[in-house]
Design a protein around this ligand. Structure first.
Ligand code: ATP
Ligand code: MG
Length: 386
């Protein structure tokens, strides 16, 4: 019997003068997420209402809406004319159809002050009707199984369920970042986390054919598609990294491979970011996890760039990252066993406490400028999620 969806947003209300900007962005993001659905959308008194043309599509539409950042929760609702007897009959029908357990309470809000009953009066009146007409129910105001909500406005909205959404800020309200995305568990989660704060995310991936195969590349595209399901369109830049890696292998000490590689990745990412209008890099780095991610290693990779590097997972436990990957749906793809360029030519015992002077010295044996230029010249651009 539901025919409309109520959408609540929280944090953005606090944003003072920016409020209407955030609201407009949020509404436009909802429209984008629902571009394949026939809906009407309108906004009134800090609520967004999404009305499907075909009410049977409501669950499918809700699944899409709750992925839009900036939304706190949604409720499927029945919209009816503001008329007391209609409110009564609809409330009874809804309780009969959707109630769980035995106890309930009624919450009423009167937004339309011309309605003859006050909010507590509406709640009492409708509560009484339900007790009389739906057998086996009891009122429990503290911990009810069912909370029937009645919002009396120009029209009246009645609903029972409240479905949690992801919160955060509407994508596109906080600049643009370039995510260094691997095929691993961490980087897609890092991209998701900044996207949830309103950042538009583009991505860059380094691959090394023929040492890394087409499946590894596909895996990264699939991961970006999943993230784009939340964040909207992602420009994915693919960098062929084979020559860079061969050059390091042939000219530098083996145990420095990982760090030298990562310093070149960061330099290339910075150039691409600046060229493509991204104001920061984003990585899935996490302190102490692996040799390349000790504090000393991070200091060494960080010193080659002059752009903020955001590492949203820096202090998280691996288990929490895995939980989050499962929740957002990237985990199953991330654990597919395809070789990443970071794992080829890598020694069993990479440097964990690098001396930055030694790394700089080794780089003198590389033609950095040419390596970087060539890699960027051959960059491939894939648009994801349009
Ligand atoms: P992830 O699970 O994201 O791969 P990880 O724990 O395997 O992370 P590393 O392999 O050391 O850690 O990579 C650290 C970070 O460097 C990644 O989170 C990612 O941001 C970036 N990175 C690693 N490999 C690549 C790659 N092939 N292309 C682009 N970025 C990469
Ligand atoms: Mg990795």
């Amino acid at each position: 019997m539901y025919n409309i969806i109520l959408v609540r947003y929280g944090e953005i209300i606090l944003k003072g003068n920016n409020r209407s900007y955030f609201e407009r962005k949020l509404i436009s993001n909802i429209k984008d997420a629902l571009k394949d659905e026939e809906i009407k959308i309108h906004y009134s008194q800090a609520r967004i209402f999404v009305e499907p043309k075909d009410a049977t599509k409501i669950n499918r539409i809700i699944k899409k809406i709750i992925k839009v950042f900036g939304i706190v929760s949604v409720s499927p609702a029945v919209k009816i004319a503001t008329d007391l007897s209609l409110i009564k009959s609809t409330a009874i029908k809804l309780m009969e159809e959707k109630m769980v357990g035995k106890t309930f309470k009624v919450e009423a809000r009167r937004g339309d002050k011309s309605f003859p009953l006050t909010s507590p009066e509406i709640a009492r009146e409708i509560g009484g009707e339900i007790l009389e007409n739906v057998p086996g129910l009891k009122v429990d105001v503290n911990n009810p199984d069912n909370e029937l909500n009645i919002e009396v406005r120009e029209e009246t909205y009645i609903y029972l369920e409240k479905i949690e959404a992801l919160g955060g800020m509407p994508t596109g309200t906080n600049g643009r970042g370039l995510l260094l995305v691997s095929g691993g568990i961490d980087s897609p989660v890092a991209g998701f986390m900044l996207a949830r704060r309103g950042v538009e995310v583009d991505a860059i991936h380094f691959f090394s054919p023929p040492y890394t195969g087409p499946k590894a590349k596909e895996k990264v595209i699939d991961l970006c598609k999943i993230v784009a399901g939340y964040s909207g369109k992602i420009n994915l830049y693919m960098i062929n990294f084979t020559d860079a890696q061969l050059s390091i292998r042939d000219n530098c000490p083996k145990e420095q491979m990982v760090l030298l590689m990562r310093r070149i990745m960061m330099r290339i990412a910075e150039i691409v970011a600046k060229e493509k209008g991204c104001d920061a890099l984003i990585t899935g780095e996490n302190i102490g996890q692996v040799a390349s991610q000790t504090m000393a290693s991070m200091v060494t990779t960080n010193e080659v760039v002059n752009i903020p590097v955001f590492r949203p997972l820096i202090g998280m436990d691996k288990n929490d990252i895995i939980d989050m990957a499962k929740k957002i749906g990237t985990y199953e793809t991330s654990i597919l066993p395809y070789e990443d360029c970071c794992t080829i030519f890598v020694p069993k015992h990479p440097e964990t406490n690098p001396k930055v002077e030694k790394i700089r010295e080794s780089e003198k044996h590389l033609n950095l400028e040419k390596i970087i230029d060539d890699a960027i010249k051959n960059m491939e651009h894939i648009v994801i999620g349009e």
